[in-house]
Design a binder for this molecule. Structure first.
Ligand code: XIL
Length: 371
């Protein structure tokens, strides 16, 4: 081998090692080790990551996460787009990724008003299905999807976002058609979903998941009432997911503690299921996907040192609350892996657009080490 070639190969090797070093952050501690004694830590994974098209993001997940959630590929629209058509490939890749890395695999989500295909709520003539027909679709969907991953997906978000911010039931097609406008039937769609999920995989943990439980006491109280209802009927519910799509000014520490303690008091596990922090402080604070987009949460100052400092302080504050209540919290999952592929704009996660750990990452690690 001539000298020039040797030098080039050596140079490439250094570059390669350097790149891997930066992207996987080999020199920083792994979050799953940092929080090992406290709770599982993870992130929502998208299709590019689990199918190998974003290897740098995969490296972050492999290094740092002990649990994962599918960002979209197990939602009804993706996995069951037509009555007789299931699309398993992406979800299979997701589950395989989790198994390869020995992660606690979460399924998200079975019954939700959003990202559900139109055919579920409308027949060919455009009419709504009967209560029995909608229950039959729901049962078929849950039995098929949960059944396929029985024993492999360890926990399911069975029902997502069934409550409104003021603590009443969210007005969805599930509620309208199955609940038939009757107060006695207001939980019917939820109870049936939990019943069938348990039937499909008796060993899977089952969760109720929602946003705003940490900002609206009325909504949190309504989630508590829902858990009590399910338990009073002998149905299995293992946990409640506080999504925690937060901002620099919300939730308050008090609101977050209220949610953790009142949910835990019912006996369920509490988990933070979709953590991110938007740095843009104006506008809508909720996480309704009809009202949130990258554009609506964009922040022109996202990269500024001042913003990154605020974000780091905010993450430190939130993790100090989570660590204070670690006996009640089993899992903390970020909604994404790095800023570029987050569903919201600005700078919401711990890794920047180029996969590098941010000041917020180090603030979170420091918070854990100081406890
Ligand atoms: C979001 C995904 O991140 C986006 O990619 C998708 O376009 C819309 O849904 N609450 C939830 C998640 O429970 O499923 C949502 O995920 C974010 C809000």
């Amino acid at each position: 081998m001539n000298m020039k070639k040797t030098v080039t190969i050596a140079g490439l090797a250094i570059l390669w090692i350097g790149a891997a070093h930066v992207t996987a952050g080999q020199d920083v501690p792994a979050l799953k080790d940092v929080f090992k004694a406290d709770f599982l830590i993870g992130g929502a994974l998208n299709r590019n990551l689990v199918t190998g098209r974003d290897p740098n993001a995969a490296a972050i997940a492999e290094k740092h996460f002990s649990t994962i959630t599918a960002e979209n590929d197990l939602k009804w629209q993706r996995v069951h787009p037509q009555p007789d058509q299931y699309n398993w490939e992406p979800a299979d890749s997701y589950v395989a990724f989790g198994e390869r890395n020995k992660m606690f695999i979460v399924g998200h989500c079975l019954v939700w008003h959003a990202q559900t295909p139109r055919w579920v709520f409308q027949d060919d003539a455009g009419n709504p299905p009967t209560r029995d027909a909608l229950l039959a679709s729901m049962k078929d969907h849950i039995m098929t999807v949960v059944g396929r991953y029985q024993g492999r997906i360890k926990g399911w978000d069975v029902v997502n976002e069934a409550l409104a911010d003021n603590g009443t039931m969210r007005d969805t097609q599930w509620l309208r058609i199955i609940g038939e406008g009757s107060p006695d039937k207001k939980y019917d769609h939820i109870e049936n979903a939990f019943r069938w999920a348990h039937e499909a995989d008796p060993n899977a943990e089952l969760y109720y998941n929602d946003f705003g439980l940490e900002t609206s006491k009325a909504k949190c109280d309504a989630a508590v009432a829902l858990v009590k209802d399910l338990r009073s009927k002998g149905l299995r519910i293992d946990g409640v997911g506080i999504q925690l799509h937060g901002g620099l000014m919300h939730p308050s520490v008090e609101g977050l503690e209220y949610a953790i303690t009142s949910l835990a008091a019912t006996g369920v596990k509490v988990m933070v299921t979709e953590l991110d922090i938007r740095t843009q402080s104006r506008g809508y604070r909720g996480a309704d996907i009809g009202q949130v987009s990258r554009a609506s949460t964009n922040d022109p100052t996202a990269a500024a040192a001042e913003t990154q400092k605020k974000l780091a302080d905010r993450y430190a504050e939130i993790f100090s609350v989570l660590l204070k209540h670690k006996k009640d919290i089993t899992r903390v999952t970020f909604w994404g892996v790095y800023d570029r592929t987050s569903w919201i704009g600005g700078s919401p996660l711990l890794f920047d657009r180029d996969y590098r750990p941010k000041e917020a990452f180090f603030a979170v690690v420091k918070t854990a080490q100081q406890q």
